[in-house]
Design a binder for this molecule. Structure first.
Ligand code: PLP
Length: 451
């Protein structure tokens, strides 16, 4: 086998990394992950690292599930590939469609399969257009999204997203408008309560619909909790107000559940945690716990009824409903149901972790330490009281993230906000370990800043 140095050299010579400054990364050398079990990663030098991010928010049932590996292997032997185009289908896609209809909220009985979250959001753009065309309201084309949203990296999905650096490297689509995100810590006015702020940001949807004209608005898209944008858990007033606006206005509501779906917030889907009624529900990641790539869009009956009037929908991917990926999803969902993982998040692990995590807010470096279900953040700040930010945005966050890795914990940094989203099956002992390592990371970062 190759040594770590050899692996790093090959990586540096041949690999362009996503979302990385590959040149800087090559100077440092990538960490090579070779194995994983439960919530633990092992790198090529034998270090064990607690994966506080479930990979990229996806390994909900934890690593090393033989049951999923066996289901995939069996499927690859039986029927490794067939498509679902042109009047054909196969058993794993059929079984998974029915399972998703059972697990998602009652308005959903149909799924369109894709290979990823990005492809799912591109699919949504086309489904929404098609819906309004069939309804003979083709002027309804604008999709309202939110600043700092992340909806994926394809050209379409990146347009829906609200991250400035991604727009700078993208082809701009017409008809996407971004409104405020419910980021209380970072964006509330002096003296504003979370409740007031939640209502004010939600009402930006209404004023934008009025400003542009309801007859031009096709849809509103949002993540129940913004993930990559920094784990932005909205104030309690936000989602009920959004739900009211969506009910009163003739627009479609799209819930991007790529992160929040499949148990992350303590219910099967984030829209159930926050009491919204989406017309389209976007899925990926946790559907297979990341064991194979798969995504999908659940379409509510009232939308399906219209779409079915429209004849051919000229859209689809070679891997829409890939048999092995569907088999992985079925095995993954069977584990989630059998082990009652969603209940574990809601009633046991979620409250247990939150109780300890919240205490990190007492650290001199931390402005707030929100957590819901199995997803949380630490806002790093030079001034807890004045809620100010560090001058060189992102520098302290990156410093802390790197300390965390050295302390054997994967956390992610969005600007100067640290994020965790561990596998949903994490044990009490492992949560204690996670919090201890996060605390040490804060201490190390604080000491470094004082030097
Ligand atoms: N939507 C959300 C909310 C996401 O967090 C992501 C990925 O992180 C995506 C969409 C894109 O998914 P993928 O990377 O599978 O294309």
């Amino acid at each position: 086998p190759r040594t770590t140095a050899e692996l790093r050299a090959l990586d540096a010579a041949h690999h362009l990394h996503p979302f990385s400054d590959t040149k800087a990364l090559n100077d440092e050398g990538s960490r090579v992950i070779v194995k994983a079990e439960g919530v633990w990663l092992t790198d090529s030098e034998g270090n064990r690292i607690l994966d506080g991010m479930s990979g990229l928010w996806c390994v909900n049932v934890g690593y090393g599930r033989e049951e999923i590996a066996d289901a995939v292997a069996a499927q690859l032997r039986e029927l490794p590939y067939y498509n679902t185009f042109f009047k054909t289908t196969h058993v794993p896609a059929i079984e998974l469609s029915a399972k998703l209809a059972e697990l998602t909220p009652p308005q959903f009985n149909r799924v369109f399969f894709t290979g990823s979250g990005s492809e799912s959001n591109d699919t949504v753009i086309r489904l929404v257009r098609r819906y309004w065309d069939i309804k003979e309201q083709p002027e309804k084309k604008v999709i309202i999204s939110r600043r700092n949203a992340y909806h994926g990296s394809t050209v379409g999905a990146a347009n829906l997203g609200g991250m400035a650096p991604m727009h700078a490297q993208n082809v701009a689509l017409p008809g996407v408008v971004h409104i405020a995100q419910p980021y209380f810590w970072g964006e509330a006015r002096q003296g504003e309560t979370p409740e007031e702020f939640g209502l004010r940001t939600a009402r930006a949807l209404e004023t934008t619909i009025d400003a542009l004209g309801e007859d031009r608005i096709a849809a509103f898209i949002a993540e129940p909790i913004q993930g990559a944008g920094g784990v932005i858990i909205p104030p309690a007033t936000y989602w009920p107000e959004i739900a009211r606006i969506c009910r009163e206005r003739d627009i479609l509501f799209i819930s991007d559940e790529v992160i929040c779906g499949f148990g992350r917030t303590g219910k099967w889907f984030g829209c159930e945690t926050f009491g919204t009624q989406p017309d389209l529900l976007v899925m990926a990641k946790g559907i297979t716990s990341g064991y194979l790539p798969l995504g999908g869009v659940m379409v509510a009956d009232r939308v399906v009824d219209v779409l079915l009037e429209g004849g051919d929908f000229n859209h689809g991917y070679t891997y829409s409903g890939h048999p092995a990926a569907c088999a992985a999803a079925l095995a993954n969902l069977a584990i989630m149901q059998r082990e009652k993982i969603v209940d574990y998040v809601a009633d046991d692990a979620g409250p247990y972790l939150k109780a300890q995590w919240s205490k990190l807010a007492e650290h001199p470096l931390v402005g707030e330490a929100p957590m819901l279900g199995m997803v949380g953040a630490l806002e790093l700040t030079p001034d807890k009281i004045g809620r100010t930010k560090f001058p060189d945005v992102g520098k302290v966050g990156t410093l802390a993230r790197d300390f965390s890795f050295r302390n054997g914990l994967v956390m992610r940094a969005t600007r100067d906000r640290l994020i965790i989203a561990p596998p949903l099956v994490i044990s009490h002992g492992e949560m204690d370990e996670l919090v201890a390592r996060a605390k040490k990371t804060l201490d190390d970062t604080y000491a470094e800043l004082k030097r």
